[in-house]
Design a protein around this ligand. Structure first.
Ligand code: FMN
Length: 219
C-alpha cells in the first residue's frame, strides 16, 4: 500500500562532493554539496544562488570536486552550517549558519594545489576532479533560487588502491562514497554520526545512534 505523505525533503541519497573554489582575494573556499550527477566527462552541480561557491564558480570558471569517503564524515559535518560569505544570508542565519573564512582549517582538512586550475584539492579525499565551468542554468522556483552549473572534468586524481590495476577504472568494490540521505551521513549503508545539517533542517530523525527506525515508529 502506498500513502501520499507530501514529502518535504526529496534527498533520497547521493554522494557528498566537496567543491573547492577560490575567493576573489585568492583564498580558498570549500563547500559540501550532494546535488551532483555525472554524464560522460561532465558533471552537473546544483547550488543555491546565495552560496559563495556559486559566485566563485561563475567568476573564476573552475573548481575542484573532492569526493570524501565515510571516514571523512566528521570533517564534512564540521563544514555543515558554515558559509564563506561574511554577510550570512538571513535565511541561512535562521538555520544556524555562521561565517567561516577558513573552511579547510575549520574542517581539519588539508589544502592541496591542483595542476590545471587554481582551485584547491582536498588532500584527504581519495578522489579529486579538476574541473572547468562550461555552462550555468537557472534552476528552482518560488522560494528556491539555484543554479545548475555544468562542469567538465579536466583531470582526475584517484588514490592508487582504488584503481583496477592496468585499467582506467575505479574499483566499485573499493570505493565507498560518503552519502547524504535526508540530511544524514551514511557509509556502507549505515548512519555514521549525528548531522548538523539535519539539525539545521529540523529533520525528525536527529537522535544519535539511529534509534528512530521505521520499525520503532510503527511500534
Ligand atoms: C552534506 C551536505 C550537502 C549539501 N548539499 C548541498 C547542495 O547540494 N547544494 C547546495 O547549494 N548546498 C548544499 N549544502 C549546503 C552548502 O554547503 C551551504 O549552502 C554552504 O553555505 C555553501 O558554502 P559557501 O556559502 O561558502 O559556498 C549541503 C551541505 C551539506 C553539509
Amino acid at each position: 500500500m502506498h500513502v501520499v505523505p507530501r514529502l518535504k525533503v526529496l534527498y533520497f541519497g547521493t554522494p557528498v562532493v566537496l567543491v573547492g573554489t577560490r575567493n576573489e582575494d585568492g583564498t580558498a573556499n570549500l563547500a559540501p554539496i550532494s546535488s551532483a550527477w555525472w554524464l560522460g566527462q561532465y558533471a552537473m552541480l546544483g547550488l543555491g544562488d546565495v552560496a559563495r561557491t556559486t559566485a566563485n564558480l561563475l567568476r573564476e570558471g573552475e573548481c575542484v570536486l573532492s569526493l570524501p569517503s565515510p571516514a571523512l564524515a566528521d570533517a564534512v559535518d564540521r563544514l555543515a552550517l558554515t558559509t564563506g560569505r561574511p554577510d550570512v544570508p538571513e535565511k541561512k542565519a535562521r538555520q544556524g549558519y555562521r561565517y567561516e573564512p577558513e573552511k579547510f582549517a575549520a574542517a581539519h582538512l588539508t589544502e592541496q594545489p591542483a595542476e590545471l586550475v587554481r582551485a584547491p584539492r582536498v588532500a584527504e579525499c581519495p578522489i579529486q576532479l579538476e574541473c572547468r565551468v562550461v555552462a550555468a542554468h537557472p534552476f528552482g522556483g518560488p522560494g528556491m533560487h539555484a543554479t545548475a552549473v555544468q562542469v567538465e572534468v579536466l583531470r582526475t586524481h584517484v588514490e592508487e588502491g582504488l584503481v583496477i590495476p592496468g585499467t582506467h577504472h575505479v574499483d566499485p568494490d573499493g570505493w565507498d562514497p560518503l552519502i547524504m540521505k535526508f540530511c544524514e551521513f551514511y557509509g556502507g549503508g549505515h548512519r555514521l554520526r549525528p548531522s548538523r545539517l539535519a539539525g539545521g533542517w529540523e529533520m525528525p530523525h536527529q537522535r544519535p545512534g539511529g534509534e528512530r527506525t521505521t520499525q520503532n515508529r510503527r511500534a
